[in-house]
Design a protein around this ligand. Structure first.
Ligand code: GN1
Ligand code: MG
Length: 374
């Protein structure tokens, strides 16, 4: 704990009075820092301190370089566009006393600080259709603010992220290490593993759907968020409106379909990613309608026919992809996502696979909603 205080102190002239674990991230370690009094360069009394997982992000300095680029771009767009409704806000990068964007501790860990947006919070699941509309609006607003930022100006902070065929290759490599897989596959949950293996096999051909469309020139690379799940969408306490999307490590070049697919798979499963009760997992099409009601008007200006065409596939694909990522990590011995119990990644995979089944069973209804909302 003392070490954490000393690290937090690198980012402020104020006296650090508390450092508490914060949020529920699966990758980085996040802390909320409190100061004795409002101090430079924070402005207020609280800020966010994070240890970036350098196993996942091999070049964490690129995250901060990107933040400088896209946050400046968004500020400029917001200033030009002051008539737009809703007080949209983005966090700031907080520098150290040496004026660097990050701090490396004695053990070589990578730390950075960002401002806390006060008066707003994130939620672990969607509460109602109004919340869902706000989540969709937030992602649409984010995409719209970045729509004229040339993605080549952003570094790739996480190569291979959301390239589903790449995750399938990784899965095949892990499966090839039959011995370790065998150990896990014959553990307590043999039938769940067998089901998951069959589940992935049955959808192998589908994994390339978005990358094939990109290769044919149908979907352009854009600047994307990368992780717009429900608990990264910030809702204003007073107005109930979305005012930001946080967790900006994976803002990088990609397809907006990764984002809208991820937002829908996260927001339309009211049971949440962490549920133990698979019978509760469904894709709620009413929430899907509300999210698209919030999202599509924001992006209509630059969305093409192909963009609409691949929306349904993106929902199915990103749910499948996350299930595949969790399952692969389970088989590999939990090397990527943080786990709280031995079968955690397997359970998370089963939740996403259930969600895929629910999406597939409602394909016609989802396509109808997309057609009616555009
Ligand atoms: C990870 O760490 P967190 O919770 O922000 C993951 C996302 C997944 C998400 C699932 C860099 O995000 O891709 O969708 O877990 N982030 C990374 O909860 O892999
Ligand atoms: Mg994240």
């Amino acid at each position: 704990m003392e070490k954490l205080y000393a690290i937090a102190q690198q980012f402020t002239q104020g006296a650090v009075t508390a450092v508490e674990a914060y949020g529920a991230g699966n990758v980085n370690d996040t802390y909320l820092v409190t100061l004795a009094a409002p101090s430079a360069p924070i402005g207020g009394r609280r800020f966010i301190l994070q240890r970036v997982n350098t196993h996942v992000f091999p070049q964490p300095a690129l995250i901060l370089l990107n933040m400088r680029v896209f946050l400046t771009h968004m500020e400029e767009r917001l200033a030009q566009n002051s008539a737009a409704p809703g007080g949209w806000r983005m966090p700031r990068v907080i520098t150290t006393a040496q004026d660097t964007d990050y701090y490396m501790d004695d053990a070589g860990a990578f730390w950075r600080a960002i401002s806390l947006i006060e008066g707003a919070k994130t939620y672990p699941s969607i509460r109602d259709a109004a919340h869902a509309r706000e989540a969709g609006y937030a992602l649409g607003r984010f995409h719209s603010l970045l729509s004229d930022l040339d993605p080549v100006r952003l570094h790739d902070t996480l190569p291979g992220f959301h390239i589903t065929p790449g995750y399938l290759d990784k899965y095949d490599q892990v499966l090839a290490h039959a011995q370790e897989v065998g150990q896990r596959a014959h553990g307590a949950r043999t039938s769940d593993v067998a089901y998951s293996l069959r589940f992935v096999e049955a959808r192998r051909a589908f994994a390339t759907v978005l990358e094939d469309a990109t290769a044919r020139g149908e979907l352009p690379p854009r600047s994307i968020h990368g992780d717009p799940k429900v608990d990264n969408i910030l809702i204003d306490d007073q107005s109930g409106q979305a005012i930001s999307i946080i967790d900006l490590d994976t803002v990088k070049p990609g397809l907006v379909h990764y984002d809208i697919g991820d937002c829908l798979r996260s927001c339309c499963n009211p049971a949440g990613e962490e549920t133990l009760d698979l019978s509760q997992v469904i894709f709620d099409t009413n929430l899907c309608r509300a999210i698209l009601q919030g999202y599509l008007p924001e992006v209509a200006r630059f969305f093409t026919e192909a963009d609409y065409h691949y929306l349904y596939a993106s929902i199915r694909l990103i749910s499948f992809e996350l299930g595949l990522r969790f399952f692969t990590d389970y088989l590999a011995g939990d090397v990527y996502f943080k786990v709280r119990y031995p079968e955690h990644n397997l359970q998370r995979a089963l939740v996403q696979f259930r969600l895929v089944e629910s999406v597939e069973a409602q394909e016609t209804a989802i396509e109808q909603i997309i057609a009616e909302q555009r």
